[in-house]
Design a protein around this ligand. Sequence first.
Ligand code: PBG
Length: 331
Amino acid sequence: MAKIPDRRLRRLRYHPTLRAMLAGVRLSVLDLVAPLFVRSGQGTRGVISSMPGQFQFSPDLALETVLGWSSSGLRAVLLFGIPDSKDPSGSSAWDDDGPVQTLTRLIKTKAPEVLVITDVCLCEYTDHGHCGVLSRCGERVEIDNDATLPLLAKAALSQARAGADLVAPSAMMDGQVATIRHVLDAAGLVETGILSYAVKFASSFYGPFRDAAGSHPQSGDRRSHQADFANPRGNICEALADIDEGADILMVKPALPYLDVIASLRRRTDLPIAAYHVSGEYASIQAAARAGWLEERAAAIEVTTAIKRAGADLIITYFAGQLSGWLAEGA
Ligand code: PBG
């Protein structure tokens, strides 16, 4: 005869209301940030085949999307620009009339309640697809850290002047947070915050994003500057360095494979933590859902809740738009 259990934990899970009352992690639309790709033009919307449901919008249509989100309570966006032209130094990144700057100004006038975060990197803007400028080091071509810093600062300054609330440097150059802080402060933009991509891994989960942004590196990879997923202590050093440099919010990216990094940072700092559920994580769920192998809505809610549970305050996710609708329905 099996022993009758003394403790029946299932009693706490029978009634849906009790289950909900005991939930220690509750998703809210205010946890979410929606990434958005913007390019020049008017009235155009380009499909991104590796990211079903995501588009490259012209600024006017991007604004419509943002207004729709805002009315459902989704009030934070992360903007990525797709420039008309690229060059070796990525100079379109600091074009005051570039798509990101234009959309930022539009949102600030038409939807001031929306928090605008702008990605600061050169890879969408350089013709070689690297995150910084290249220099020759003997036979080797290198991404020149120190020559890249002032260019990132120029891009951040242009975005902050357009009205960005937070700039989000993602190039993983050493010293980028301090350089940007210094340049913003010198321009009197002391209230513009820095959401630092503090622990951005050299990950294969960025593939669909690079399709969307046209930012595949033409040669080599990003392992000399993005974090090594096999080096957990080094990853924490990356984040601590950004705290010293003045980051206001720290980001871990991708999210799901690195919940341990989110959790250990949560114990190390009281600064807010953001996690980016990236394009490849989104595309994996989409593909499986399309094949009928899992249910999209349930998977999206589970994954997002897990990211919050690990300790993230902000969750950047391509599911943000849908999640805001599902949460309004009671999820
Ligand atoms: C760099 C940047 C990338 C992503 C965000 N910012 C791509 C990269 O480092 O190659 C990836 C985001 C995603 O995959 O959703 N500007």
